[in-house]
Design a protein around this ligand. Structure first.
Ligand code: G6P
Length: 602
């Protein structure tokens, strides 16, 4: 997804802006550009493809200056060309800007601007912003920006500069992340905290409709803000010896679970302590229905959450995806709470639902990884997953963090209701052992790598599971699709006979999740159905189940745990399977084609 980076201060702007772009590049992009200011002298360089292409172009120039802006673009409007790359400019070469977001009414604005004589040089929606600001510009950039943005519909994280009002960056935000980091000498502005981390210890988050004007002399924000201390480990953007972020993050899974439970489990009380829910504790006691809203992998965590919350907390729970919930008419009342689950806390579809639910006065909770993200600021209360920064586009350790938080929420809400002390104790004590059990699965890495060798020539895969492991089947299939570009479908085991079985033959392997739990026998019937039709089978089974080896082609063993907690273990082999398959097939697993880490547009 697009990301912006800007700098104004006492240092050399170019390396800082480039480093900001590099650090944010994990989300995927297809072109980039920078503009450096030296007094009122502006130089703009843009390139298609990787940042290295831009760096090559920059080698031939001496770009010195202490203010500037940059962007990496992920094409939405207009193809991947240099003309469509940011920064964009107005007719006179006075106003330049970089943008993360979408201008929804750009066609209408563009037509009006063309009628007034403005000349466009790109196919982007962004360029209308330059011309619109130009049409209001009378010497003061922030004033022109304020007037122009009143007419804009859509989303933006914008950095704007002007040759005629130099040594100044105007930053504006609406539904796209944007923050300013400062050490009192330098101001770094970016979409993601990861870009400001090396230079600043204080961050100022911009809220929707806020405009910040930053000059070489001072920092002025229209709405007063209290600077927050930035909590980010500076080593995060490094691969720590691993070939890819994805593998590093899969390996960090046990630590992510450990961080999520740290200080929160009260084994003797059979309960959990979730400080982020303190202010809504009494309201939650009254809640009679829950709706979980999330996208992508977070949505699969939510689906497991539904099964958990219904079975153990006794609360009727629905799950929806952000892009559906926002356009349907959900029935909401004061006894309902809506829980939003998002790693980034910036997913546009999820945030749009949050705004809608808030408008109706319904209690909102967030399960989020990124501290200070839009979701955490907008929800009434919430729980951090504490998974640490996730750079690989495909979510891995975050899923484990979300699952762990949902399991704790189940105990929290369950203990407010009918859950007994004994059940609470059993779950909480087993949760405390999960990080070690997860580590055991990671020792199977080589075995899973070998399995991908064996199965690499198949083009299609089924993933099947039942009950708690049905959403894991969906996650296994999604990971294989996005990382190795193979066709894979996830399905509830019981649905096989209602159609998909027709596809089974010796060329269509199935990966079946069949731990020794309450639906084991049912899963075994599914496996027999597949075997009878010649389909190859990989099973994920509980350690000690030797019998299954006689039926299936390959087995991946996971340690025994409570049925309700199995998904956190059964999903790990699938993340590894997708990873090794993607690597084997020669793909960039950290940045799969056409995808973005945080989808901040609809
Ligand atoms: C993108 C990512 C997925 C992620 C989804 C939801 O599609 O590629 O890995 O699951 O967004 O992101 P969120 O930050 O809301 O969890």
């Amino acid at each position: 997804m697009c990301r912006v980076s800007g700098y104004i201060g006492k240092g050399d702007a170019l390396p800082i802006i480039m480093e900001g772009l590099r650090r944010q590049g994990y989300g995927g992009y297809d072109s980039s550009g920078v503009l450096i200011g030296n007094g009122a002298d502006l130089t703009c360089v843009r390139a298609v493809g990787k940042l290295e292409n831009l760096e090559k172009k920059l080698e031939n120039q001496t770009l010195k200056g202490n203010w500037g802006i940059g962007q990496i673009r992920w094409a939405t409007h207009g193809g991947v060309t240099e003309a469509n790359a940011h920064p964009h400019r107005d007719c006179k070469g006075n106003i330049f800007l970089v943008h993360n977001g979408i201008v929804e009414n750009y066609q209408e604005l563009k037509e009006k601007l063309i009628k007034k004589g403005h000349k466009f040089t790109s196919e982007t929606d962004t360029e209308v912003l330059c011309h619109l600001i130009e049409s209001f510009f009378q010497g003061n950039l922030e004033e022109a920006t304020r007037k122009a943005l009143r007419l804009v519909k859509g989303t933006y994280g914008l950095l704007i500069i002007s040759k005629q009002d130099p040594e100044k960056i105007v930053a504006a935000r609406l539904s796209s992340p944007l923050l300013i980091g400062t050490n009192d000498q330098d101001y770094i502005i970016a979409s993601d905290p990861i870009a400001v981390a090396p230079y600043a210890r204080k961050i100022i988050q911009l809220d929707d409709y806020e405009i910040a004007t930053i000059t070489l002399k001072d920092l002025f924000i229209l709405k007063e803000k209290i600077p927050q201390v930035l909590e980010l480990d500076l080593g995060v953007a490094e691969k720590g010896g691993y070939p890819h972020f994805m593998l590093k993050e899969i390996m960090e899974g046990p630590e992510a679970i450990e961080n999520a439970i740290k200080g929160r489990l009260m084994i003797d009380d059979g309960s959990v302590k979730l400080g982020g829910l303190d202010n809504v504790q009494n309201k939650l006691r009254e809640i009679k229905r829950l709706i979980l809203v999330a996208c992508g992998t977070s949505n699969f965590a939510a689906r497991i959450g539904k099964y958990m919350l219904e079975e153990y907390a006794g609360i009727p729970t629905e799950v929806d995806i952000g892009s559906e919930f926002r356009y349907r008419k959900p029935i909401l009342d004061k006894n309902t709470a809506v829980i939003f689950i998002s790693q980034s806390g910036e997913t546009a579809d999820t945030l749009a639902c949050l705004k809608e639910v808030k408008n109706k006065g319904i209690l909102t909770l967030g399960i989020t990884n990124v501290v200070g993200s839009s979701q955490t600021r907008e929800t009434d209360a919430g729980i951090y997953t504490r998974s640490g920064p996730e750079i690989g586009v495909a979510s891995t350790k975050s899923f484990l963090g979300q699952f762990t938080v949902l399991a704790m929420l189940m105990v929290y809400l369950g203990r407010q209701r009918e859950m007994s002390l004994v059940t609470g104790k059993r779950i909480v004590s087993e949760l405390s052992k999960i990080p070690d059990l997860a580590k055991k699965i990671l020792s199977l890495t080589q075995k899973i790598e070998k399995l991908t060798e064996k199965y690499k020539d198949f083009q299609n895969f089924w993933f099947i599971g039942r009950k708690y492991n049905f959403p894991v089947a969906l996650e296994g299939a999604l990971k294989l699709k996005e990382i190795s570009y193979l066709h894979a479908e996830g399905m509830a085991g019981g649905e096989l006979k209602h159609g998909p079985l027709a596809l089974i033959n010796e060329n269509f392997p199935t990966i079946a999740i069949c731990p020794s739990d309450s639906v084991y026998e049912k899963m075994m019937s599914n496996i027999e159905e597949i075997k009878a039709r010649g389909g190859p089978i990989i099973a994920v089974a509980t350690e000690g189940n030797e019998k299954i080896k006689e039926i299936v082609d390959d087995v991946i063993y996971i340690p025994k745990t409570l049925e309700v907690l199995t998904p956190i273990l059964s999903v790990i082999p699938f993340h590894l399977f997708a990873y090794y398959m993607g690597v084997l097939r020669g793909y960039d697993v950290d940045k799969p084609r056409n995808l973005a880490k945080s989808v901040t547009v609809e």
